[in-house]
Design a protein around this ligand. Sequence first.
Ligand SMILES: Nc1ncnc2c1ncn2[C@@H]1O[C@H](COP(=O)(O)OP(=O)(O)OP(=O)(O)O)[C@@H](O)[C@H]1O
Ligand SMILES: [Mg+2]
Length: 221
Amino acid sequence: MIQLIDVTKTYNTGKSEVHALKGISLEIPDNTFISICGKSGSGKSTLLNMISGADKPTGGHVFIDGVDINQLSDKRMSEMRNNKIGFVFQSFLLEPSLTALENVELPLLMRKMSREQREKIAIEMLDKVGLRERLRHKPGELSGGEKQRVSIARALAISPKILIADEPTGNLDEATGNSIMELIREHTKNCTFVLVTHDTALAQTADMKITIKDGMISRND
Ligand SMILES: Nc1ncnc2c1ncn2[C@@H]1O[C@H](COP(=O)(O)OP(=O)(O)OP(=O)(O)O)[C@@H](O)[C@H]1O
Ligand SMILES: [Mg+2]
């Protein structure tokens, strides 16, 4: 279970303060598919960063399975993230010096998996996202949609308990997007899936739907 209690996030850019989250409280039971909608700049990506522990809230608490994640040491936090959480970032965050295959292998490497096993899983995932022919390409040699698919393969490769995805099909044509979403849904049957999307029809298919407006939850159903 993921639990947020009065989470706030203020970015201080030196010149000005941005109150990106203004008190978000939310409970997401295990194995829930939750969609998050809202206008650009409303705070969706910021919220995902709080849930995944990628960034710390200014105020409030985030509990994952009863653990206040911001009380964890850096080491414990990265262990928790590496073991439980797959993240598809809006900006992909691939390692530019590594090939597609090595990028997908990276979280598996952190799990101290053997090279053979890592490669097998990574190739299988890249095959599933349609990139069997691009294993040795580096991010700079891939299209935007291909990079997005590498980041999806990387997130799914660890069979996460929680998959957090920030507009994972935003750069894909409709047909590829649909088939990738199907693949994600297949791999998230027994996990919590937190999805930010502008696709309202897709959002409607979620178990829980929230809308963020100006750093607050404006609708929760
Ligand atoms: N690192 C940062 N420093 C300062 N301000 C930031 C930072 N990151 C985000 N913001 C601001 O916080 C607000 C929320 O940003 P966020 O990225 O969460 O929006 P979003 O809902 O994901 O938008 P989009 O749909 O465009 O991705 C925006 O006004 C943004 O300008
Ligand atoms: Mg965003």
